[in-house]
Write a protein that binds this ligand. Sequence first.
Ligand code: BES
Ligand code: MN
Ligand code: MN
Length: 456
Amino acid sequence: MEKIVKYIENEEKRYLSELIDFLKIPSISSLPEHNGDMLKCAEWLSDNIKAAGFEDVQIISTAGHPLVYAEWLGAGKGAATVLVYGHYDVKPVDPLDLWDSPPFEPAIRDGKIYGRGTSDDKGQAFCHVKGLEALFRQNGKLPVNVKLLIEGEEECGGENLVKFINENAEMLKCDTVLISDTEWFDDGLPSICYSLRGIAFVEVHITGPNRDVHSGTYGGAIDNPINILCWMISKLKDQYGRITIPGFYDDVLELTDKERIGFKELPFNIKAYKHGLGINFVHGEMGYTTLERSTARPSLDVNGIKGGFQGGGAKTIIPSQASAKISMRLVPNQRADDITEKITAYLKTIAPQTVSIRVEPLHGGNPVLVSQDSKGVRAAINAIKKAFGKEPAFTREGGSIPIVELFSEVLNARVVLMALGLPDDNIHSPNEKLDLKNFYGGIKASAHFFEEMGKL
Ligand code: BES
Ligand code: MN
Ligand code: MN
C-alpha cells in the first residue's frame, strides 16, 4: 500500500483539476433547464471512470436522469463484491448573492474547494473513483469485485433508481454497499454513520372562496385559507415539542442507554452550535438533547408557505388559496407511507368545513439502521485509521438517503456509510465546500478500504 499512497500523493494536482471539471457541470436534477447538463455530467463521469481502469462502463437511461454504472469482476467468484453508490446531481444554488464565488466556478481558498456539489456528493463520490483508479494503475487489478453506481436523482426524490434496483437485483448483487455521502462529527473526528433518518414530505393545499375577494366586504363573514392553514400547522406540535399527529410515535425505536451514553461522549459544543446559527436558544422535544433531537428523534417542519398577496404595500383581500410544504424526518422503525397516511388523515380531520383541503404527497424515504460490525465496517475503520490517523466515531445523522434502505432490503447487502465531508461543508447552502485534506485523504481512505476488504 505504501506505493499506492505515494502514487496518490503525487497525483493530487491532477485529481484536483479533474474534480474542478466535474464540479463545473451544473447538474441540478430538479430544474428541467439543466436536463442537458445532467446528461453531460453523466458522460463526463463515465469517461473519467473508463480512464480510471473500468472497461465496462454504461450510461443507463431511465425515465428521468441517467445512471452511471461500471463493474470490474476480475477478483473472481470467491472474492467479496462491493457496490459503491453516490450521486452526481446537486441541489439548486439560490440565493446566488450569498455565494462568495460562483457555485459552478470552483474556487480554492484556505485549503478548501468551494462550489455546489463539492461535498454533496460529487467530491465524496469522486474520492472512490480516484481511489479505485490508483489501485488499477499500481496493481493492474482490484482486491475485490467492484460495482460502481452513481445516480442523478438523489436530490429530487427520483423514483427511477428504485425501479432500476428492483429490476436489476441480480446485476447489482453484492455483499457490501459503500457510500460516502455523509459528514464527520467534527473537523478532526472522522465518522462512520450507522443510522440515517427517513423523510415524509407533503404539500397541503387549502382553498376558500373561488377567488381573492375584498377583505372589507367579506372580512368576518367567511373563513380565510391562510388563517386556517396557520391554525392547522399550529396543531401539529404541542408546547413540549412533541408531534401531535395521532399514532406518529407508534413505531419510533427508542435510543438505547448505550447509545445515549455514546452520544454524550461525542465532543458536541452547544455554544458553538448556537453561535454558528446565530441563535440564542435551541428548541426541540422535551427530554432529549440537541444531538438526539437532530439525529435520533423524528421532527416536523414547514419548509415553505404560499398564499395571498405577496407584493409591496397593502392589498386588502381574503385569499382564495394557501399552501404549505411540510417535511417530517423519520427514525427507525417509522415508515414513510404510514406517516404520510397519518398526517393526511389528521389534517383532513381537523380542517373546518369552511374550506376544502387537499394533501399531496411529494416524497418519501424510510429511515435506516445499519450494522456497526460488518466486514465492510471493519474495513472502513481500518481505512479511516490509515488515511486520517484517527479512530472513527459511530454516529447517527439527521439527513436522509432514501435509497439506502433498498440496498439492504432488495440486495440484502450490508451498508457502510463512510463519511468524507465535514459538518460545516454548507451542503444545500451557499458556499458549499470540501476540505482538500478530506478530498485527498478520502482518496487514500478509499484505496485502503478496498485493500482491507480484500484481506477480510
Ligand atoms: N447527502 C445528503 C444526506 C445527508 C445530509 C446525510 C447530511 C447526512 C448528513 C443527501 O444528498 C440529501 O440531501 N438527501 C435529501 C433527501 C431528500 C431530497 C429526499 C435530504 O436529506 O433532504
Ligand atoms: Mn448527498
Ligand atoms: Mn443532498
